[in-house]
Write a protein that binds this ligand. Structure first.
Ligand SMILES: [Fe+2]
Ligand SMILES: [Fe+2]
Length: 247
């Protein structure tokens, strides 16, 4: 016989989220033990970009080796650092080969929870948002920001789950970058990402990275919780580098 409680309330999952690993050559499997620890504490791991420092393939392979210690499903987006060497597709391919689900173009459902994710882009928040006006270079720049938000929205639209999580690198709101110098806020994220998320009722949380000196928690204009999971931010609040969220 079915338990009516379980029918009404789907079983929650524990999501671990961490961004800004910034792996370099000299790291010597720095994250192996951490991934094992996370596997004990959570059901799913979300990696919020800047997985490598320069986006070198050798380093991506080293991270991929560390990820073998992770026994739970992993979803991920890349960060701007992973683009530095001009081969983000290679970095993504190396991580995919060890079982990581790279979001970006396609959403995924893990343990009954939908995950949609993009790197995102910069462009500013709220009234400080740069608009597509004037020079072609500005329009190209703003187009990139609009396009990332659109990819996120398209993924979210494909999800039929009652719970979904948006995984980003750049911040969707100003509140979770607060603590960074205010003049650089426009380079830390874009409100367009929050606007995309706010079109959906099933999104329970947004996790992001990038703002190393930002604040852990905020919310979108519609009240969806946003967590800055850059490892430095989380470490400061919780004494461990990864966030744990009940979804
Ligand atoms: Fe970073
Ligand atoms: Fe970054």
């Amino acid at each position: 016989m079915n338990d009516p409680r379980t029918e009404q309330e789907p079983q929650r999952i524990t999501l671990a989220a961490i961004g800004d690993l910034h792996v370099v050559e000299t790291d010597e499997h720095r994250y192996r033990d951490l991934f094992a620890e996370i596997s004990e504490a959570a059901d799913v791991l979300a990696l919020c970009g800047d997985l490598t420092y320069f986006g070198k393939t050798g380093v991506a392979e080293s991270l991929a080796a560390d990820l073998q210690a992770c026994t739970i499903p992993v979803v991920a987006v890349l960060g701007n650092h992973d683009y530095e060497c001009g081969q983000p597709e290679e970095v993504a391919r190396i991580l995919t080969a060890v079982g990581v689900t790279m979001l970006d173009e396609q959403a995924a459902v893990v343990n009954g929870v939908g995950f949609a994710g993009v790197k995102g882009f910069i462009g500013g928040f709220d009234r400080g948002e740069l608009g597509a006006f004037g020079e072609a270079a500005i329009k190209t720049f703003v187009d990139e920001s609009i396009n990332e938000a659109r990819k996120l929205e398209n993924q979210l639209r494909t999800l039929r789950t009652d719970r979904a999580v948006a995984v980003l690198h750049y911040a969707p709101i100003a509140a979770t970058v607060a603590g960074e110098p205010e003049p650089i806020f426009p380079f830390l994220g874009s409100s367009r990402l929050a606007n995309a998320v706010d079109r959906f009722d099933n999104v329970k949380a947004v996790v992001h990275g990038h703002a190393h000196r930002g604040r852990y928690q905020g919310a979108t204009p519609r009240g969806i919780p946003v967590y800055n999971c850059a490892q430095f931010v989380v470490q400061q609040d919780f004494g461990r580098p990864y966030a744990l969220l009940e979804i």
